[in-house]
Design a protein around this ligand. Structure first.
Ligand SMILES: CSC[C@H]1O[C@H](OP(=O)(O)O)[C@H](O)[C@@H]1O
Length: 370
């Protein structure tokens, strides 16, 4: 997407230096900083410490990390080592393992001297595929937004609520939950987006930064406000991203998503999830029971980062000394609370039958039975 009129992806290979570069999201929305990733630890650290974040972007970053390492050492043992180091960085988003497995499966049969180029091409392909998948998700989501808009007086905005950042910053481009918003805005449909701040890391500030940059009307709200807004008829549709969706349609996403789904159901508001197919875990049926939920550092909750009066960006402590902290980073919304899944192949119910019908090739290739 554009940043001050300049088109960016969240990760790219610099034409001059051939370095892999990323937007270092730790400093947004206050500062736009670019970082280069050159070593395995830099790639691993960028994922683990959320310089890059978001399921699809984590997968793409891992693929670029494999390519970077294959250029230095293309042996089987190093390929396995790279896979293990990167796969250990974060446990919940399935895209990480999906990308690493895809890379290793493609590279293993090749002679070592072909692996550097092949891994480089595969990383670029994974990135390009993500962009197109998200663009397609946007078009299918646009249809849903257009239907809502058609039932409103001309000029009255469609009011969406979203949680966390499933934006272009969480993917290579377009975003998943935000892609329908961008497509609707570009089609001239008036929108207003309620943006959950999403404690503790406040990824909602990234969404607000994205939407503001695209000229889309929005309000930055506390995580606890969504139910009240729904009760008072101020939300037409909830749309979120996902880090791992099971073969049966259970949706794992940022902590707090489940509570939004409960409030949406209680107020008869459609709750949609933007779901790129690499984020489907075909081998898991019970999301609550089987998806590993990342526990992140306590300092993410005990401290909050912002711009200080002197203009610097710094963390401040918000909890008393000695208070224990809990920081589960994700939760699982059962399929029964999900109105529909917006995929690159269309919108479907959150069910095994519907996902299998839309992706028979993927369901067969990844069947739990096999
Ligand atoms: C399009 S995936 C976005 C997804 O990833 C975020 O998690 P994190 O910021 O911890 O990487 C969040 O769950 C978003 O919905």
């Amino acid at each position: 997407m554009k940043v001050d009129g300049v088109s960016y992806r969240s990760i790219w290979r610099d034409a001059a230096s051939d370095e892999v570069r990323i937007i270092d999201q730790r400093w947004l929305p206050h500062e736009f900083r670019v970082a280069a990733l050159n070593t395995l630890e830099e790639f691993a650290g960028a994922i683990r410490d959320m310089w890059v974040r978001g399921a699809p972007l984590i997968g793409a970053t891992a693929a670029y990390g494999v390519a970077s390492e294959m250029a230095k050492n293309a042996s089987d043992s190093h390929l396995d080592h790279v896979h293990a180091v990167l796969n250990a960085t974060r446990p919940t988003a399935i895209n990480l393992a999906w990308a690493l497995d895809r890379c290793r499966t493609a590279l293993r049969p090749l002679p070592e001297h072909e692996r550097a180029m092949a891994s480089r091409q595969l990383a670029d392909a994974i990135a390009d595929e993500d962009v197109e998948i998200n663009r397609q998700i946007g078009l299918h989501g646009l249809s849903l937004i257009r239907d809502i808009a058609s039932q409103k007086p001309a000029g009255e905005p469609v009011r969406l609520l979203t949680h966390c950042n499933a934006g272009w910053l969480a993917t290579v481009d377009w975003g998943t939950a935000t892609s329908p918003m961008y497509q609707a805005a570009d089609a001239g449909i008036p929108l207003h987006v309620w943006v959950d701040e999403t404690r503790p890391r406040n990824q909602g500030a990234l969404t607000a930064w994205e939407l503001g940059s695209h000229g889309i009307g929005h309000s930055y709200i506390t995580d606890n406000a969504g139910g009240h807004l729904m009760q008072h008829g101020l939300v037409d549709m909830v749309i979120t991203g996902t880090d791992r969706t099971t073969a049966t349609g259970d949706v794992c996403n940022k902590i707090g998503t489940y509570l939004k789904a409960l409030a949406a159901r209680d107020n008869d508001i459609p709750f949609y999830v933007a779901l790129p197919s690499p984020t489907i875990d075909w081998r898991v049926a019970d999301g609550v029971g089987e998806i590993p939920i990342e526990d992140r550092p306590a300092t993410e909750v005990s401290h909050i980062q912002g711009r200080a009066p002197d203009g610097g960006i710094s963390p401040v402590q918000v909890t008393p000394e000695g208070s224990a902290v809990g920081n589960p980073a994700f939760d699982v919304t059962p399929a029964r609370l999900v109105t529909g899944l917006i995929t690159e192949r269309g919108v479907c119910a959150a069910s095994e039958d519907a996902l299998t019908a839309l992706f028979p090739d993927l369901a067969r290739a990844n069947s739990r039975a096999s």
